[in-house]
Design a protein around this ligand. Sequence first.
Ligand code: SF4
Ligand code: SF4
Length: 173
Amino acid sequence: METISTDVFSIMDVFSIMTVRTGVAQEAVKVEKMLAEASVFIEQNTRAVCPHCVSVCCINRHGRYEEDDLRYLHAAGLSPVPLDEGIGAEGGAAADAAPCMRLGREGCTLPRALRPFRCNWYFCTPLLEHMSGGPQRPYRRFMALFGGLVTLRGEMLDECRRIERVQDAPASE
Ligand code: SF4
Ligand code: SF4
């Protein structure tokens, strides 16, 4: 009898994880779509501001993924594009501070959905001033969209960690 109830419990556990996984995947895909939508406004502004920049923020150190970036990419079914592994080992801090390997003539060569999140939420002061100083309606729409995106991404990552904790927990006898 005990064995049966334990089995039933573990089946329900698996079912619950699968349900959460499906929810996480849907949220991750929604985050990807929201990023694509936000990208239009961001790029309208970076196109105007970044070509005049004297201190470009894109360096190798910023181009590396964090664990949460990998969680999101995995959940959305996207493949991460790692920076060249040799950079850090060969050049240490100097290479870390060198222009990002993904930086092309027209800016970042990586699709926005595949960039480390810090690349997507970093807005320097001149960029922020340009965004907020333009027409107010698109700016407010962008701010609302981006706020929703950050919240949804945070919830999705919490769920990912919850799944990881359940999977890492020692199996009960
Ligand atoms: S976001 Fe700001 S710091 Fe980065 S390249 Fe553009 S203007 Fe320069
Ligand atoms: S936005 Fe692109 S080029 Fe800039 S640091 Fe991030 S990955 Fe590198």
